[in-house]
Structures are given as structure tokens and as C-alpha cells.
Design a binder for this molecule. Structure first.
Ligand SMILES: C[S@@+](CC[C@H](N)C(=O)[O-])C[C@H]1O[C@@H](n2cnc3c(N)ncnc32)[C@H](O)[C@@H]1O
Length: 223
């Protein structure tokens, strides 16, 4: 199942300029070793948000090989720091290697940790967060991160429509192994989209679906 018709998606992709050889090498690596990285059209959209919002401090859950984190630094011309969590040893090592080779080695801190076991953010406050890890855990990640987002800050959740599976009328229409994701993601999206004074969310059918949440309150408490 596709969220956007293939010919429309291809049309958008064809119009996105090719990146330099370093990023092409990362894309090639991801393809060869089946590492999921952000889709070109989702990255392009995120770049627009980054250019508008100009975050100085970014938090990411789900580094993979460091492709999105490095692209954040690229589009912001290095005027930011990124703290990013990865639980897979091989991907963590690969991300570190790519980041060390890049011109942004001082901008990115990769944390080798399973974010479901808690994200120790201390008293850090971020301008933006990007959640791009285990889809069943998004509410948990949000709850951990939200108090650390500044007022006016942005929290982006990627892959929230999960190839359109999340939009099925009933969980019985979803393959058995995806039902937990279906249930949890539907609850998460209902939570994000409920009218409230604390944050505002827009659900975008791009890539595998992206939820963009803007924090409107100041307080550090949640729910
Ligand atoms: C979709 S990939 C991230 C892609 C990356 N953001 C990019 O666009 O270049 C998701 C990554 O999250 C990692 N991951 C999944 N659950 C995690 C968790 N609980 N804590 C830390 N990393 C996790 C996976 O190992 C995987 O590498």
C-alpha cells in the first residue's frame, strides 16, 4: 500500500537535486546493507522546516548510519548540534565512522543506547526533536522528550502512517504482526491530534507519513 501515488512520489523525487558524493556514498551504503534512512522527499520537507525554524540544538532518536543527522548539519551549515540515539552496535559504529569523516564531527554526538530504556536528557532543552525509531514506542519517546523541548520548539515523528497500514479502519485489516504498531500508532496520533492548548500537530502524507508538532506551552510537565 502506498501513501502517495507512485508517479507523484517519483515526480517529486526526480526534482530533488542529487547530493554530493559523500551523501551519495551514504545512500549507497544504506541501500546495499538494507539500512532504513529518511526518504528524499521527507528529508527535503524537513530541510524546509530546519531552514524556517533554525534550531541550534537537535535531538534525534534513531541514528542508523547518521544520514539524517549529517543532513541536518549540512542544511544548517554546521550552525547546530545534534544528539542522536542508536541501539544497534554496527549502525552506531558506521555512523561514528561517517561522522568522523565528515566536516561535522564536532556537531554530532551519537549515543549508543536503547532509548526505550530511558533517555537521560538531564536538564538539556532542545529546539527540535526527530523521532525515527521503533514505531511501537513513539508515545514513550514523546513523553520522555516533550518536557525537554522549548516553547515554540518542534517535534517531528517520522513513519507514522506505516505504509498506510495505520489508516485501516480496523486492526483486523492489518497483518497480525503489525497489529501492535497499528494500535499504538493510532493511539499516538489521536493523542497528537487532539485539540489542546499545549501543542499543535499536523499530519503530513509524505514519505511514510510525518507528524509535525509545535510546542506552545512553557511548563515542563506533561499530561
Ligand atoms: C529508520 S532508522 C533511522 C534513520 C535515520 N534517522 C536516518 O534517516 O538516517 C531507525 C533506527 O532506529 C534504531 N532504533 C530502533 N529502536 C531504537 C531504540 N529503542 N533506541 C535507539 N535506537 C533505536 C534502529 O536500530 C535504526 O537504526
Amino acid at each position: 500500500m502506498e501513501i502517495v501515488e507512485k508517479h507523484v512520489e517519483n515526480y517529486i523525487k526526480e526534482h530533488i537535486p542529487t547530493k554530493d558524493s559523500f551523501f551519495c556514498e551514504m545512500e549507497q551504503y544504506a541501500k546495499e546493507y538494507y539500512v532504513p534512512i529518511i526518504s528524499p522527499e521527507s528529508l527535503r520537507f524537513l530541510e524546509t522546516i530546519l531552514l524556517l525554524h533554525k534550531p541550534k540544538k537537535i535531538l534525534e532518536i534513531g541514528t542508523a548510519i547518521g544520514y539524517s543527522a549529517l543532513n541536518f548539519c549540512r542544511i544548517l551549515k554546521g550552525d547546530c548540534t545534534v544528539t542522536t540515539y542508536e541501539r544497534n552496535q554496527k549502525r552506531y559504529d558506521t555512523a561514528k565512522a561517517f561522522i568522523t569523516r565528515s566536516e561535522y564531527s564536532n556537531n554530532i554526538d551519537v549515543v549508543y543506547s536503547d532509548a526505550t530504556e530511558g533517555i537521560d536528557l538531564g536538564d538539556a532543552i532542545y529546539d527540535m526533536a526527530f523521532i525515527d525509531a521503533g514505531k511501537s514506542q513513539y508515545q514513550f519517546f514523546f513523553d520522555q522528550i516533550y518536557p525537554h523541548i522549548k516553547k515554540g520548539g518542534i517535534l517531528v515523528s517520522d513513519n507514522v502512517l506505516f505504509r498506510g497500514e495505520v489508516c485501516q479502519k480496523s486492526e483486523l485489516d492489518v497483518t497480525k504482526r503489525n497489529r501492535t504498531i497499528y494500535r499504538r500508532m493510532n493511539n499516538y496520533l489521536s493523542f497528537l491530534m487532539t485539540e489542546n492548548n499545549r501543542f499543535h500537530t499536523s499530519l503530513i502524507p509524505i514519505g511514510d507519513g510525518m507528524a509535525v508538532t509545535i510546542k506552545m506551552e512553557d511548563e515542563m510537565t506533561l499530561r
